[in-house]
Design a protein around this ligand. Structure first.
Ligand code: MN
Length: 289
């Protein structure tokens, strides 16, 4: 067995307020210019509010081409409908993994007029060879997510990929992606520490959404409070410890595609010509046909 090399936190950033869809207030953790360093991930948004005015507008009909959108609901309900007649209700603890492929035109609308809405949308790039595949979905209710208790009292919810937890391999319902996407929601008890192996070939990110954690690399610990994303450096494990109030953290990993990224809004391709084609296809109604 090779020695464990703990990954250092090499970059820490805080989400910034943004608005998308029909006036939905959200926190853009990363995305847009400079997102290459998160390869194969393109964007992470956190949406969360007690104020209906911040989310009721939802995300009316809009297109996507060339990547995958992953919506993870913590609280609230969101209805998804697309131009092909697919329809799915996202409920707390559930995930929708949508492969836009060559194209989808869909809406994502809140199914409540009051109360709390909270969740995440992660954009995962597709390799050039898979960008023009037909659109597909995996709708995963909360009970389909692989849950494993940690020795220290916490819980891991494995949405995608595989993770060795206390000597046991836990595999999420989404696996076999070219990007080797790993997506885990970790709930840590007060002061709970855990060390998890992460394949050395994956780019790895941690996003604390409740409480705070310390990340222990080869040198010293770095605190990652709620609302902060940490990008991890080279190594084959992560070592974290929750603060006195516990912590909830997304662990996101993926194999970099190392291909050119050309993005225009909801289209993510490899060249300008392909973006122009996507726009022509959208205007002529051919995006997803
Ligand atoms: Mn969308």
């Amino acid at each position: 067995m090779s020695a464990s090399i703990k990954r250092d936190l090499v970059e820490k950033l805080v989400g910034r307020a943004a608005s998308d869809g029909d006036g939905v207030k959200l926190k853009r953790v990363f995305g847009g210019t400079g997102a290459e360093r998160f390869d194969p991930f393109l964007m992470l948004d956190e949406f969360g509010s007690d104020e209906a005015a911040d989310y009721v507008g939802g995300f009316p009909s809009h297109p996507h081409r060339g990547f995958e959108t992953v919506t993870y609901m913590l609280e609230g309900r969101m209805l998804h409908e697309d131009h092909l007649g697919n329809r799915g209700l996202l409920e707390p603890g559930g995930v929708q993994w949508m492969t836009a492929g060559r194209g989808i035109i869909h809406s994502e609308m809140p199914q409540q007029a009051s109360g709390r809405m909270r969740g995440f949308q992660l954009w995962v790039n597709l390799p050039a060879a898979e960008k023009m595949q037909p659109a597909s979905y995996q709708d995963l209710p909360a009970c389909a997510i692989s849950e494993q208790h940690l020795e220290g009292g916490g819980l891991a919810r494995v949405i995608a990929g595989s993770l060795d937890i206390d000597g046991q391999t836990v595999t999420g319902p989404i696996s076999g992606k070219t990007t080797q996407a790993l997506y885990v929601d970790l709930h840590l008890a007060a002061d709970e520490a855990c060390e998890l192996p992460i394949a050395a070939n994956l780019n790895a990110l941690l996003y604390t959404y409740d409480g705070e954690i310390d990340v222990f690399g080869r040198e010293q610990g770095t605190t990652l409070p709620a609302g902060h994303l940490g990008r991890l450096g080279e190594g084959n494990s992560i070592s974290i410890q929750a603060g006195p109030a516990g912590a909830k953290v997304l662990l996101i990993g993926g194999k970099p595609l190392r291909e050119p990224i050309v993005q225009y809004g909801p289209f993510v391709m490899n060249s300008r010509e392909e973006i122009e084609q996507a726009m022509r296809d959208f205007r002529s109604g051919q995006l997803a046909s």
